[in-house]
Design a protein around this ligand. Structure first.
Ligand code: UGA
Length: 441
């Protein structure tokens, strides 16, 4: 088939490369000349495992364009544009409406397929807009994406399920047929339910993370170990093991935006989504708990040097959107600490003023009073080494992702504290002052 895709962002490029790999002709269109020119030169605009190889292998069936007319012959048009958060918390649908306005006027029956994450009810509105433009022969299907950054190509090619919500069965059949080669269960639904499946799935994942983070905080107060607790919970087949890793909270381009969008969608409809509000608030507090842990070990942070290890919102991506590292770095700077940061791929120089960025982990920890593991990059698994301990001013590791083995880290001479696990007995504070208890926030 010939597939047209609006939006050469992360979802659009992955979708284009994967449909090309499945044997389709794909025309990918964006309005940003630099983005299209980079793709035409064979450059991959972001760090995503396996994507460069896929684009390289499928140069023939892939076309990148700025011109919407190049999509005129496409039988199926996917919308993969961004739907960022507005000041009110609602999803900004201006890019979606721009696509509807610019849609080539096809003579044959064509399908418009929504992959962007949109509020429930968007499909109904787009349907009405198409009808009023005399485009009743353009079918509309909701086909939300469930791609995780870092494993997006695999998630596309081996999905747990594909959701297809259509107004007309035949339109749903056509989209479902596209996914036949990936061999996943296909959930057929109405359009509004498909839209809600996407929002609810993300909200549920966030809920699991905030839940385990709160359990972690109670573990700290009661002497239990959240890693053991998560294992014990996760083996119950009704609960499952996923998204039970306690840490310093979620970030990224999706959860923060989609969580607020669902909360706002509910409140616009007159419903106060109490649980989701709490889930979001727990996450905000979780990012800040590290400051309290540092103060517990170091006393006042003014003048102390803190190494932030990992800046991306999760490993295997260079994405810094809503990364907990940004909140943490800003809090530390506000407390008067010096911050030395390292990340293997994410470049935060334009986002964080006053932070020293280092190319090597060893440079970031040199002279530091404490090192904080913010992102669980593989490179940090061997952090508890002699070299690191000797380079630091004080051998304190706060492990925001429970990446290290606590016993090994302590045996290697570090004061080690993770999330939701017993901390090392406190070493004497470097200055004659009492730490301010902050952990009950
Ligand atoms: C998420 C969803 O997982 C995808 O299914 C969805 O399609 C995507 O959003 C989207 O809406 O486009 P993503 O944001 O790439 O994908 O990242 P996740 O792997 O879900 O991680 C999100 C955050 O949760 C990260 O900051 C991660 O560190 C954190 N996390 C995850 C935890 O703190 N604990 C866990 O157990 C799992």
């Amino acid at each position: 088939m010939t597939i047209g895709i609006f939006g050469a962002g992360w979802v659009g490029v992955v979708t284009a490369a994967c449909f090309a790999e499945l044997g389709h002709e794909v025309v990918l269109r964006d309005v940003v000349p630099e983005r299209i020119e980079a793709l035409q030169r064979g450059e991959v605009p972001f760090h995503e495992a396996g994507l460069a190889e896929l684009l390289q292998r499928n140069q023939e069936p892939l076309t990148f364009t700025l011109d919407v007319a190049d999509l005129a012959s496409a039988e199926i048009l996917f919308v993969c544009v961004g739907t960022p958060r507005t000041y009110s918390g609602d999803a900004d649908l201006s890019a979606v409406w721009a696509v509807v306005d610019e849609l080539p006027t096809p003579e044959e029956r064509t399908l418009l397929v929504m992959k962007s994450t949109v509020p429930v009810g968007t499909g109904e509105k787009v349907r009405a807009a198409l009808d009023s433009r005399g485009l009743a022969h353009v079918g509309y299907v909701s086909n939300p994406e469930f791609l995780s950054e870092g494993s997006a190509v695999r998630d596309f090619m081996e999905p747990d399920r594909v959701v297809v919500g259509a107004f007309a069965d035949a339109d749903g059949d056509a989209v479902a047929a596209l996914y036949e080669p990936v061999g996943a269960p296909i959930v057929r639904s109405d359009v509004a339910s498909a839209e809600m499946i996407k929002l609810a799935a993300n909200a549920f994942l966030m809920t699991r993370i905030s839940f385990i983070n709160e359990i972690a905080n109670v573990c700290e107060a009661t002497g239990a170990d959240v890693v053991q607790v998560a294992e014990g919970i996760g083996l119950d087949h009704r609960l499952g093991p996923h998204f039970l890793r306690a840490g310093i909270g979620w970030g990224g381009s999706c959860f923060p935006k989609d969580g607020v969008a669902l909360k706002q969608l509910a409140s616009n409809s007159g419903y106060h989504f109490q649980l989701l509000n709490a889930v979001i608030e727990v996450n905000e507090l979780q990012k800040r708990r590290i400051v309290g842990k540092l103060e517990k070990h170091l006393g006042k942070l003014r003048g102390k040097t803190i190494a932030l290890l990992g800046l991306a919102f999760k490993p295997n991506t260079d994405d810094l959107r809503e990364a907990p590292s940004l909140v943490l770095a800003s809090r530390l700077l506000a407390e008067g600490a010096e911050v030395q940061a390292w990340d293997p791929v994410a470049d935060a120089r334009h986002l964080l003023q006053g932070v020293t960025f280092c190319h090597r982990v060893l440079d970031a920890v040199t002279g530091a009073d404490a090192a904080v593991i913010v992102t669980e990059w593989d490179e940090l698994r061997l952090l508890a080494s002699d070299d690191v301990r000797e380079a630091m001013r004080r051998p304190v590791i706060i492990d925001g992702r429970n990446l290290l083995d606590p016993e090994q880290a302590r045996a290697a001479g570090f004061d080690y504290e993770g999330i939701g696990r017993a901390a090392s007995p406190l070493a004497p504070l470097p200055e004659t002052q009492e730490p301010e208890p902050q952990l009950e926030t």
